[in-house]
Design a protein around this ligand. Structure first.
Ligand code: PGA
Ligand code: MG
Length: 227
C-alpha cells in the first residue's frame, strides 16, 4: 500500500528549466492514496494540475493561505498586511518584477509574490519596518505573507479532512517553504537542488535533483521499497 503524498511543485515536480516533468503524469494519476499538492503558487495553479492529473483537488496553495480538500475551500491567510507592505515597496521605487499584466498575483488571495529579480534588500527593509508579515524565499519568488499560515498547518488540515494521520504522509520539497511540511509529514525528502533550510529539515537529502529525485522516491514507494 503506497503512502499519501505531500508534494511541492516548483523545483520538485519540475525540470531545472521550470517545466512540469512528464513523469508526473505517469506516476501520480493512479497513485492509490491521497496526493496533496502543497505550493507557494496561487490557488488556480495546483487546482489545474490536479485536474489534469485526473485527481481530486487536494491542495495547499499560497504557502498555506488557501487549502482545498473535498468540496471545501478554506482561506486562512489575510493579505491586508502584505498588500500594505507592497504599497510602500512600490512607493519607494520597488517593482514586483513580473512585467505588465502579470498572472503570478492575479488570482492570489492571501499573499503577494515578488520576483527574485526585484530589490530584495528594499523589500525586506519595508517588510521588517511594517511587521506582521514574513518574506519567504522559495528560489522562484519572494512571498510576502502572514507568518500565521504555512504549508505544514495546511497539511494537518488536509489530513484531518481526509481522516488520515498527518504523519502518514511522505513529503518531498526543495525550499524553505517546505520546512513546515517536513515537520508534519512522517517521512520527508529534500531533492538535491533544495536550499539550506529544506536540506537541514528533511529526513533524507536525495542524490538526484528536481523530478529525478522525486521520481526515485515515488518509484521506490510504488515498488514497496524504502526509498
Ligand atoms: O511559488 C513559488 O515561489 C514556489 O512554488 P512551490 O512552493 O511549488 O515550490
Ligand atoms: Mg518548491
Amino acid at each position: 500500500m503506497v503512502p499519501p503524498l505531500a508534494l511541492d511543485i516548483d523545483g520538485t515536480l519540475t525540470t531545472p528549466d521550470g517545466r512540469v516533468d512528464p513523469r508526473v503524469f505517469e506516476l501520480l494519476p493512479d497513485w492509490e492514496a491521497p496526493v496533496a499538492l502543497a505550493t507557494g503558487k496561487a490557488f488556480p495553479y495546483p487546482v489545474a494540475l490536479a485536474g489534469f492529473l485526473g485527481r481530486d483537488a487536494t491542495v495547499i496553495a499560497e504557502n498555506g493561505g488557501v487549502v482545498h480538500v473535498g468540496d471545501e475551500t478554506t482561506i486562512l491567510g489575510d493579505s491586508a498586511a502584505a498588500c500594505a507592505v507592497i504599497e510602500t515597496f512600490l512607493e519607494r521605487g520597488g517593482d514586483l518584477g513580473w512585467g505588465g499584466d502579470e498572472t503570478v498575483n492575479r488570482w492570489r488571495e492571501t499573499e503577494v509574490a515578488v520576483s527574485v529579480d526585484a530589490d530584495e534588500a528594499l523589500l525586506r527593509e519595508v517588510a521588517a519596518a511594517a511587521g506582521g508579515v514574513e518574506v519567504v524565499d522559495t528560489g522562484y519568488a519572494f512571498h510576502v505573507k502572514s507568518p500565521d499560515v504555512n504549508k505544514g498547518d495546511g497539511l494537518v488540515r488536509v489530513a484531518d479532512a481526509l481522516g488520515v494521520d498527518p504523519s502518514a504522509f511522505v513529503a518531498i520539497g526543495d525550499s524553505e517553504n517546505d520546512v513546515s511540511t517536513f515537520e508534519v509529514a512522517g517521512d520527508s525528502y529534500a531533492v538535491a537542488n533544495a536550499d539550506e533550510a529544506a536540506t537541514a529539515a528533511a529526513d533524507v537529502v536525495l542524490e538526484a535533483g528536481y523530478m529525478d529525485g522525486t521520481a526515485a522516491v515515488l518509484e521506490a514507494l510504488r515498488a514497496g521499497q524504502d526509498p
